[in-house]
Design a protein around this ligand. Structure first.
Ligand SMILES: [Zn+2]
Length: 231
C-alpha cells in the first residue's frame, strides 16, 4: 500500500498488486502508475491544457477519460488494421501512427501511453506526430524506458515480414483484449535523439514528483518549437 494524491481523482490510497507499473493502482479510480505519471506531468507542464486540441492514440483507459474533461477538443484513435485508415469505427477514428490521416498542424497536443514500443517504424511515427502538431505543440507520452544509453532493437519489419533479432517480447493490449502485441524494442535514453531526429527541437525526460511505490513512469515531453534541446 502507498499514500499520495491521485492526480486523477484525488484519492490517497494506492495498492501494488505486483512489481509492475500497470499493477500499482489508485483504489478509487483504478488509474495505474503509468496513467498517474503522464497525467501528473500534463498538469505540471501544460498550464494552458484547457485551450488545446488534443489527439490521444487510444480510445479507452484513464488518460482518454481524463483528457475528455480537460482539453478544448479531443480526438481518440486506435489502429484497426481491418478497416480503412481515417474511418470512424464505433466512434473511434482508425489511425496508423506511421501514416496519420490528419492534416499538418491539426493539434496542440498528442499523447500516448505504451504505444511506440509496438510501432515497427517508430521514426516514421515520431515524424508523423511532429507533422500533425502545430508549432508550439507538445507530444507527451510514455514507453517502457531503460536506464541505459542505447535502445535495444528486438524485431524489425523487412519487406513486410517481421524479423526477430532477439527473443520475441509481447505486451498486453487493452483495446485488443486478450490479444498480445509484439514489442519491437526496449527504449534507452537515446529516445531523446530519436525524437530530435524526427524534428522535435526540445525534448525532456520528466520524472514524476511522486515515486508511486517505486513504479512512477518517466514521461517524454517533446516540443515542436524553436531550435533548442535539453534533457
Ligand atoms: Zn484515482
Amino acid at each position: 500500500m502507498g499514500w499520495w494524491d491521485c492526480p486523477v481523482c484525488g484519492n490517497r490510497l494506492h495498492v501494488k498488486l505486483s512489481e509492475n507499473e500497470l499493477a500499482v493502482r489508485c483504489v478509487r479510480c483504478r488509474a495505474s502508475a503509468v496513467s498517474e505519471s503522464i497525467i501528473g506531468v500534463l498538469v505540471e507542464q501544460l498550464p494552458a491544457l484547457d485551450r488545446y486540441a488534443a489527439l490521444e492514440l487510444s480510445s479507452r483507459g484513464v488518460l482518454a477519460g481524463w483528457l475528455r474533461n480537460r482539453v478544448a477538443s479531443l480526438q481518440l484513435s486506435e489502429w484497426m488494421p481491418d478497416h480503412p485508415l481515417g474511418a470512424i469505427i464505433d466512434g473511434v477514428r482508425n489511425e496508423d501512427v506511421q501514416r496519420l490521416t490528419f492534416a499538418n498542424a491539426s493539434f496542440d497536443l498528442v499523447t500516448s501511453t505504451e504505444v511506440f514500443e509496438h510501432v515497427a517504424d517508430d521514426a516514421r511515427g515520431f515524424s508523423e506526430v511532429h507533422r500533425v502538431l502545430r508549432p508550439g505543440g507538445a507530444f507527451v507520452f510514455t514507453v517502457p524506458l531503460m536506464d541505459r544509453p542505447d535502445t535495444h532493437e528486438r524485431a524489425r519489419l523487412h519487406e513486410g515480414r517481421i524479423e526477430h533479432v532477439d527473443t520475441p517480447e509481447y505486451h498486453d493490449d487493452s483495446f485488443a483484449g486478450t490479444d498480445r502485441v509484439l514489442c519491437f524494442r526496449n527504449y534507452g535514453l537515446d529516445i531523446v535523439d530519436r525524437l530530435c531526429a524526427a524534428g522535435f527541437e526540445r525534448v525532456r525526460i520528466v520524472t514524476p514528483s511522486i515515486s508511486m511505490l517505486g513504479h512512477a513512469r518517466r514521461v517524454l515531453v517533446a516540443r515542436k518549437t524553436e531550435c533548442m534541446r535539453d534533457g
